[in-house]
Design a protein around this ligand. Sequence first.
Ligand code: PMP
Length: 437
Amino acid sequence: ESAHSRSVDLYQRGHAVFPGGVTRATIDRDPHPIYAARGEGAFLVDVDDARLLDLNNNFTTLLHGHGYEPVMEAVSALLSTGTCFSNPTRHEIALAELLTSRIPSVERIRFVNTGTEAVMFAIKAARAFTGRSAIARFAGAYHGAYDWAEAGQNGFEADDAGRRKARLAYQGAPNAVANDVLVLDFNDADAVEDALTANADRLAAVLIDPMPSRAGLIAPTRDFIDRLTAVAGRHGILIIADEVLNLRQSFAGASARYGLKPDLLVAGKVIGGGFPIGAVGGSATVMAVFGGDRRSPLVSQGGTFSANPVSMVAGRVAMEAATPAMFDRLEQQGNRLRAQLAEIARNHRAPFSVTGAASLFRLHPKAEPPRSWAAAAQTPGEAATMRSLSRFLRAEGILLPHDAAACLSSPMTDADLDQVSAAFDKFLASHRFASQE
Ligand code: PMP
């Protein structure tokens, strides 16, 4: 890296004002952040004028890439009418109508500003509806920063009696949080049935991302989904599907794709068209806990910027352009790219595998695609391999997140994706791995 990089200079300035130099923990700093100057469709242009195919898309948010013209035009037109009001606008109804008509489990919806907030309100809604306080969730899955959603994102430890205890996400988190979070293993139907049955009287909900990205972007099995649904239903435990990331898997979302029928569904990212958003939706019966005309139980959900017209308009225009045909095309491109990457790894006998579905993929520095969160965990050596792959691709003009889900956007062409394959091939040709000795 050049010592005179503008990104390096900005990072230095950042250190004087931000702890750690940046204002999001999730910023890749290997070895320093790449500061964005602007986006152009499938590409990001950084402050040093490098043009990079953006496979991050702000953590999978930008379904149509950067600066999508219909969104820019609609937002520009809106701006002269005002950006936020203490009054509702027609724009929130239009986006709500679109989402409730597409997502089978969502009859009623409420808008907030982030996925974190939406997960929090879904959990509160489940508690209010059931009168219970605990939640079950899957080890390693990321659900944002609400304490009860965060506990367990790094798995569990054993308590004094040898039972699983949710690992808290930060120093000083109240110990009581762990008492109300049950950590389960994804795709382990037997253990999930036992744990939900044994804890039924205290569980408000089971929180599930249908394909948790940080836990490996591994698909759920049909048997797991069916048995989870049955046991939760038997005991009145609500199912909360966190589709903040995976709603982009199909026109109707991820739950619909995998046969999950959640009571509550959380969305975010793509539904804001590039502007801040979160949403919690679900059956009219459960969502009634948010209704102001019911005294008890009632969850108060407001928010100064909730349903701001900018996010509402941008989201509606972006989602209107996300047609079944667009999802089909992204799915085909994703299938092709995943198959190519796996084949290239095989040809080189290199320890790499691919997981994912639709427009999402993850490369793993493992010969076999991991089938569990534990199997997806990387040794320090494997993590270093992923970082060097990511650095190599960046020099080839490709931005690939090394520890999170990568994704396509609708302006990407087959030729763009062939470049990803070619660059991966070049990386493997220039590297030797212990398993190849
Ligand atoms: N849930 C999932 C599955 C997510 O991927 C994310 C964000 N990466 C969140 C919740 C939190 O969303 P936000 O960053 O908008 O708060």
